[in-house]
Write a protein that binds this ligand. Sequence first.
Ligand SMILES: [Zn+2]
Length: 455
Amino acid sequence: MTTFDTLLRRGSIVSGEFASSVDEPMVDIGIADGRIAAIGPDLEGGAREEIACDGLTIFPGVIDAHVHFNEPGRTEWEGFATGSHALAAGGATACIEMPLNAHPPTLDAESFDLKRAAAEAAAVVDFALWGGLVPGNIERMDELAARGVIGFKAFMSASGIEDFSAADDLTLYEGMARAARLDRIVAVHAENDTITRALGERAIAEGRTGARDYLSSRPIIAELEAISRAILFAEETGCALHIVHVSTGRGVALVAEARARGVDASCETCPHYLVFTEEDVEAIGALAKCAPPIRSAAEREALWAYLADGNLPMVASDHSPAPASMKTDANFFRIWGGISGCQSLLQLLLTYGHFERDLPLETIARATSEYPTARFRLPNKGRIEVGADADLALVALHDETSLQSADLFYRHQHSPYVGQKLRGRVAQTLLRGMTIYRDGQIVSAPTSRLITPEV
Ligand SMILES: [Zn+2]
């Protein structure tokens, strides 16, 4: 009797009601029509395909809510093919892609359609799209919402790219009011533009253009002020707010305080803020340049503490690649910022969170899968439970590998994590029950679907 299309035998599950500690019995997962059809010990019935999961830990597929794949228009920086291959190799089954740095940026229905077509043609993971909020496109927010954007992304400081302008205060305020009416979330890059711009110009004028000078030009106060202002606008407009890539514990605290008094606010951090310190930026150089910049060891530890206690509910990669030619300049300010990291998101959290800091596996699954699913209202994603999409990452938890450039599926095989010994090898990734990645190989043709939020 064939009951299932695929049957996973004897895996240890880290999420949902069958989440079990290592001493508890392993369970089976039966998959039919791309969905999880049954979970339990020793499931009855056969399957066309059986996958032995002895020794493997089964995570819900990672949902990387912050990636830049730059297609169409700047596909030579990454693209949906290589970007999604890297995600699949890292145990991810879905991403939410940012409105920049593609060209055209996703600012209206037409650019949304172009990006959707590019993703459907090339990606091996499911995807949702952020729309952009920039001066002059508020009247396009309705059509973007109708197309199915998750929400709207705005920059409070210069984005670094000329086709995506920073939102001035009025644009942000009126955009949030419109987003609230559309029942869509607004995500902001929160840094004060006046402070970061002036400090950057001053440093360059004085010939101080090293890595340390760049870090000092984007101080924590610039981030805290912008987070506070975004929260105030969200509170006033009733708009749901998400602060992307928070780099400091005090930034997380501001969001937590706002949430405690009823503001619909959330935030994420990224692996690079959890792994590196300012000293590492000096040592690594261009590959570790990002904004807001990487902070002190004390800030890094504050982020880990908030991740453990739940105040920091989500981690996303902010994978933002560029060709090597854009990552070399004696002047650190002129180097293109952005860190390539989406392939390593889960492994970094396992290595530095679970194994180094005793962060529970359930917390990692929540931060990379369950929380983004809930926050961005992704239907049928992010949970290991009957009825959900069978999006799963099978992980050999204790395997340790040294990350090499050749292991990276990125178009440009560089990353600040190259050379690191990482735990938690992803053995296999399944999207809607189909194996898309196994043992170092992408084994699927493009098979992505657009995810639109439940509203
Ligand atoms: Zn980003």
